[in-house]
Design a binder for this molecule. Sequence first.
Ligand code: FE
Length: 199
Amino acid sequence: MTTAPSTAILETDGPRLLRAVRALLEQKGLVNTQELQERLALTDSANPGQGARMVAKAWTDPAYHALMLADGTKAAEAMGIPMRGMPPLGVLENTPELHHLVVCTLCSCYPRAVLGYPPFWYKSAAFRARAVRDPRGLLASEWKTVIPDGVTLRVVDSTADYRWMVLPMRPPGTEGWDEARLAAMVREGDMIGVTVPRA
Ligand code: FE
């Protein structure tokens, strides 16, 4: 006779543990239900369109560009994106000489406030390992993003204490485009550095 694996225990213990921790935090006055619900709603509503609007603004407004590089959190707030209680946001600018790739080698730390939930591949062990070991090969084989040999590729570790997003280069052929049109072109991967925007 075979014994079925005890997945039922895992499925019921997770939510039960979560409820117990929540109750304890509330009992100790560290959080309340309303705060938790607000935070959940904020995270659920965050999406890559928010980061894309920041990128488009930085491409068209020099003052905003400077603010974004100096303080990503303030730049997000200036676009109406709620950042209260979120880890600080840093913005890395790609240039003709320097390309950035963001990874969380430990788990899945992602600039959720400005991009929403991370894509499935971002959390995979394969991405996290190869981003460090062979970033050029990873980008070329999985995303067809070829970083020329003359361009420095800098891999940046996102952590629980600090989140990074990439400010990609504005592609040629977008001269005269307004912010909305530019923002619509920017994809999630462009802001992590796995792809580059194309007009
Ligand atoms: Fe993480």
